[in-house]
Design a protein around this ligand. Structure first.
Ligand code: PLP
Length: 405
């Protein structure tokens, strides 16, 4: 028998959050080890469940949900999304501009498949949520990474962004609030990005899936609200704001200047039709979620569970010699730095695997987020304070031994 190979299309596609180290952790669990997992931003396993009202409404609608829906999604769900878009001041979003998907993930892949020809370039942040880079590569494009600058709270480096534009550049991806850094961009930073897009006629893809997961009273502005003259696609969903990752309910809103983008939009419509429709039960959750008071507001307050866990994780991490960290203003993550003078790491995947083997704690290495050097890792602060204390204590122990080597 001939060996069966994966397609060439996958040659440059990589998604390390669920990569080889996770496979290793699963094998260890099968052997009976208890692993503390700080690796995936999935709230439910840590006791952050979707609000009851959403679940009850979904159950009540299960019978109605047994058929296909419109390929862009249910009218009532899209109407609720349209209102949400209006609240966020997305310019001129109508019902036809909203696409519901099986999570934002499906729509990111769809948006890139509809846009890119081989060799087209998309500016993606470094570090990034790596699905963006993977989706660009899968579509035949090239993700060109612009730096976010840790020394200024992980804000995008606008000069670097500008320097990386070529005649092949089609779009800029903005992840705000950011995964993995937790940065939330203020209006002047967003305006500077819009200016770059305007100068070069680029599409803006805005991943705003954490737009309600905000700490210390910061507010979130949708970049599309600042760019009525540009084509923007804004992504959001129930996974994080409503702790409902498993419902696979996400959406994207096309906004701004669309006259020159009719062909692209036709492409999006075709891909939406080809997947028939997003899962219907998840769509029934959207209207209830967006219409009611079930958001994450109470959890992110300083005394709320997420607020407390963020503070604890930040303190425990920054107490470790040679570890520094920008305190996140949004999302569920921290992206600490390991001083290379103290921890001269060559291969951060190996480093994270060694941590797993020695201390049974699972993290994701910084290069898994397309970071440029093996000197960062990502911590998910969803586990409760006891587990966080134990896990980060073990990380401190591992790093202490590393320093003695
Ligand atoms: N975008 C970002 C920045 C994320 O962190 C995630 C998941 O962690 C997603 C998108 C995927 O979201 P969904 O569950 O809607 O597919």
């Amino acid at each position: 028998m001939q060996p069966i190979h994966k397609s060439q299309k996958l040659a440059n596609v990589c998604y390390d959050i669920r990569g080889p180290v996770l496979d290793h952790a699963k094998r260890m669990e099968d052997e009976g080890h208890r692993i503390i997992k700080l690796n995936i931003g999935n709230p439910a396993p840590f006791g952050f469940f979707a609000p009851d009202e959403i679940i009850e409404d979904m159950i009540a609608n299960l019978q109605n949900a047994s058929g296909y829906t419109d390929s862009k999604g249910l009218f009532a769900a899209r109407k609720a999304i349209m209102h949400y878009g209006q609240e966020k001041q997305l310019p001129t979003v109508g019902m036809e501009d909203i696409y519901i998907g099986n999570g934002v993930s499906e729509l990111i892949v769809m948006a890139m498949q509809a846009l890119l020809d081989n060799g087209d370039e998309v500016l993606v942040p470094a570090p990034d949520y790596p699905l963006w880079t993977a989706a660009v590569s899968l579509a035949g494009g090239r993700a060109v990474h612009y730096l976010c600058d840790e020394s200024v709270g992980w804000m995008p480096d606008i000069d670097d962004m500008r320097a990386k534009i070529t005649p092949n550049t089609k779009a800029i991806v903005v992840i705000n609030p950011n995964n993995p850094t937790g940065a939330v961009y203020p209006v002047p930073v967003l305006q500077a990005i819009v200016e770059v897009a305007r100068e070069h006629g680029l599409i803006i893809y805005a991943d705003e899936i954490y737009d309600k997961v905000l700490y210390d009273g910061v507010t979130h502005t949708s970049i599309a609200s600042l760019a009525p003259d540009l084509l923007c696609v804004t992504f959001n969903g129930l996974s994080k704001n409503y702790r409902a990752c498993g419902f696979r309910a996400g959406w994207m809103c096309v906004s701004g200047e669309r006259k020159h983008a009719r062909d692209y939009i036709e492409g999006l419509n075709m891909l939406a039709s080809m997947r028939l429709c997003p899962n219907a039960p998840g769509q029934y959750a959207i209207q209830t979620a967006l219409g009611g008071y079930q958001s994450i507001d109470d959890l992110v307050l300083p005394a709320g569970r997420l607020g407390r866990q963020r503070e604890l994780a930040y303190q425990l991490l920054t107490d470790i010699p040679g570890v520094s960290c920008v305190k996140p203003q949004g999302a569920l993550y921290m992206f600490p730095r390991l001083d290379p003078a103290v921890y001269p790491i060559k291969n951060d995947q190996q480093f994270i695997l060694d941590l797993l083997l020695e201390e049974k704690v699972l993290l994701v290495q910084g290069t898994g987020f397309n970071w440029i050097a093996p000197d960062h890792f990502r911590v998910v602060f969803l586990p409760n304070t006891d587990d966080l204390t134990e896990a980060l204590g073990r990380v401190a122990n591992f790093l202490g031994n590393y320093r003695k080597r």
